[in-house]
Design a protein around this ligand. Structure first.
Ligand code: HEM
Length: 255
């Protein structure tokens, strides 16, 4: 399916949290990436530089030079796998100590702590919390962050992913050759497939684990989400994240 065609079956953007995919509305750029970090996030408000994709960022925390990498537990390859993030991205330039992996210890950040919450964990609820499965700050002001339900942390996902549960692959045996017209049929939360880099994945099981929320992920249900994915967070290693959900490869309509 060409991009022009994709634009016709658009998701509506009426602010309703319940509507995931609507193939009828038009005139919205379906690949317009969401703000990352969120426009009103602690990362931005704390005088942060814009997040860099994979190179050229600065680190304000403890030394994370290549020599230190092997010694730091938060940069172990297994953690990287769980997060689907290359080592070089575990510390994004966040300022204010709200980064995901190696940033300033929690106790140094009190700026975003909600009232009544001491500087320790409460201050860490925003920013890079999603990478560690920490529910994000929700209360107060205009901030509207995704809250992962209990049991939906990256580690929980890693556990489920390696369980071999056949429902991860929608009970598909072998690998399918999926045409865009067939892909389009799987556009509901309980039956959502999406193509990334030519591979078709059943994204339904991952929805509740997605740090960016179900609604954002559902924007690419039933279609090729590669562009939106790359515009949003090209540093995320999609293969390592949802390889267990792969159901086939995307083929052209007249194959
Ligand atoms: C199956 C495909 C996807 C996977 C495996 C995935 C995975 C992830 C991961 C691992 C993160 C955390 C990254 C980090 O904090 O550095 C993340 C965050 C995010 N994702 Fe996705 N993503 C997918 C698709 C999408 C799509 C299609 C969208 C949007 C339209 C999206 C929007 C977001 C947003 C907005 C965040 C930031 C959440 C925050 O505020 O921390 N994602 N995603």
């Amino acid at each position: 399916m060409r991009l022009e065609d994709e634009r016709r079956d658009d998701s509506d953007d009426d602010g309703d949290d319940d509507d995931f995919f609507d193939a009828t509305s038009a005139d919205v750029d379906i690949d317009a990436p969401p703000a990352f970090p969120a426009l009103n996030s602690a990362q931005r408000s704390s005088n942060a530089a814009p997040p860099a994709p994979s190179k050229g960022f600065t680190v304000s925390g403890p030394s994370v030079g290549s020599k230190a990498e092997g010694k730091d537990p938060s940069k172990s390859s297994s953690l990287r796998e769980v997060l689907g993030v290359p080592a070089s991205n575990l510390s994004r330039p966040t300022g204010g100590g709200s980064g995901g992996g190696l940033m300033v210890p929690p106790s140094t950040s009190s700026k975003t702590a909600p009232p009544g919450v001491g500087g320790a964990s409460g201050a860490r609820l925003g920013g890079g919390g999603s990478m560690l499965g920490v529910p994000k700050e929700t209360g107060g002001g205009a901030r509207r962050k995704v809250v992962l339900q209990p049991g939906c942390s990256p580690l929980d996902w890693a556990r489920l992913k390696s369980s071999g549960d056949p429902s991860l692959r929608a009970y598909v045996m072998g690998m399918l050759r999926v045409k865009p017209s067939e892909l389009k049929l799987h556009n509901k939360p309980d039956d959502a497939w999406s193509a990334f880099n030519g591979k078709v994945y059943n994204i339904t099981p991952y929805l509740r684990f997605h740090p960016g929320g179900e609604k954002e992920l559902m924007r690419c249900a039933g279609r090729d989400g590669t562009r939106l994915f790359m515009l949003t967070h090209s540093w995320v290693n999609i293969d390592s994240m949802i390889d267990a959900c792969m159901v086939g490869i995307l083929v052209s309509e007249n194959t």
